[in-house]
Design a protein around this ligand. Structure first.
Ligand code: MRU
Length: 349
């Protein structure tokens, strides 16, 4: 099975990513050597998925330390630039701030600060891989033998650098011989489900079916799905969860038809300073993404467009939050402890 490696850290120089906008037609790697190049790659979704955005942000900070300066002021500016790329995934914001803190803790020497920034990025990627493996085990334990599941967007290796969050659970259930089938929504407008999730599932030989977003309600009503598994970009203290636009409609339909709906996300995707989903910033992207398809204009010129990249699923529609510490429910004291104690996030939680 070829391993999908969406991001490689090239210590002291930069980062190498798979350009996810080119998948599944071309597997193209890009070498990013400047802060601006990483910020552009994040904004345009060449690198994406909440946990991987955290690692990409840490790499951007380490690259800034090499190319702009490793002093407090340079890193403060770099963190502002990184944080301006995408507002919703808290991993990105937390990693930029934690990188600054790691440099500051290394003392005044520029060499020591640069080393601390690379150490932080490497540690974060390693830790994410471990978190993914733990989530996969906890999540797979929730599924019945012969499980048929539905997932949304892409939450696989491409989104984390490990085995994935929700898709990691699918992988683990398949490895255990428990999974009968995975349904994947196409995930309009940028088609992360069609382009990326189907690519990952098919690479692994996992039985999978793609459906249009609008077909998910009927599938859930049919009784053919045992559970819905999705990832998260930011989870508020009360459990309200921001994830790829369309998640809320899936959760509402799942509740109506009695299908358990699980969020699979590491502790780093929780924002316990957000009391509820109302406080989560939701990214709005360009009208062109909705008004066109594969580069061809589909809507009439001048059509007004609403294009939020995420929506917020209220806590009461969610059966459980699968984290590296097990399946949790609000108020998430265990997450608070994990973030407090995790080496890479000490003091940033
Ligand atoms: O806009 P994207 O592709 O970055 O959105 C990704 C999602 O919404 C994922 O579900 C989420 O980040 C969790 S990834 C493990």
């Amino acid at each position: 099975m070829p391993e999908v490696v969406p991001l490689r850290i090239e210590r002291g120089r930069g980062v190498r990513i798979i350009d996810q906008t080119r998948l599944p037609h071309a597997l193209v790697e890009l070498e990013l050597r400047t802060l601006d190049a990483v910020c552009e790659a994040i904004r345009s979704l060449r690198v994406r998925g909440a946990p991987l955005l955290g690692v990409a942000a840490a790499c951007a900070m380490a690259i800034a330390g090499e190319t702009v300066g490793a002093d407090d002021e340079s890193l403060a500016h770099a963190a502002t630039a990184v944080r301006a790329t995408r507002p919703t995934a808290v991993d990105l914001h937390r990693a930029a701030e934690a990188a600054r803190a790691a440099a500051a803790a290394a003392g005044p020497s520029p060499e020591a600060r640069r080393a601390a920034l690379w150490d932080f990025a490497e540690r974060l990627l390693r830790a994410q891989r471990e978190r993914d493996a733990a989530m996969a085990r906890h999540g797979a334990a929730l599924l019945p033998v012969g499980a048929r599941v539905l997932t949304h967007c892409n939450t696989g290796a491409l989104a984390t650098g490990g085995i994935g969050t929700a898709l990691g659970v699918v992988r683990e259930a398949h490895r255990q011989g428990k999974l009968a089938h995975c349904y994947a929504t196409e995930t309009r407008p940028l088609l992360q489900g069609a382009r990326l999730t189907m690519w990952e599932l098919m690479q692994e030989g996992i039985p999978a079916t793609l459906l249009a977003d609008g077909a998910a309600g009927g599938l859930l009503a049919s009784g053919r799905v045992h559970a819905v598994l999705v990832g998260a970009d930011r989870i508020a203290r009360n459990g309200d969860t921001a994830n790829k636009v369309g998640t809320l409609a899936l959760a509402a339909a799942a509740a109506r038809f009695g299908v358990p709906f699980y969020v699979v996300a590491p502790s780093t995707s929780f924002d316990l300073r957000c009391p509820s989903g109302a406080a989560i910033p939701i990214e709005e992207r360009s009208a062109e993404e909705v008004a066109s398809f594969a580069g061809v204009r589909t809507a009439p010129e001048g059509a007004r467009v609403f294009n939020p990249a995420f929506d917020v699923t209220p806590s009461d529609l969610i059966a459980g939050w699968v984290t590296e510490a097990g399946v949790l429910r609000p108020p998430f004291e265990a997450v608070e402890a994990l973030l407090r104690d995790a080496g890479e996030y000490a003091g940033i939680h």
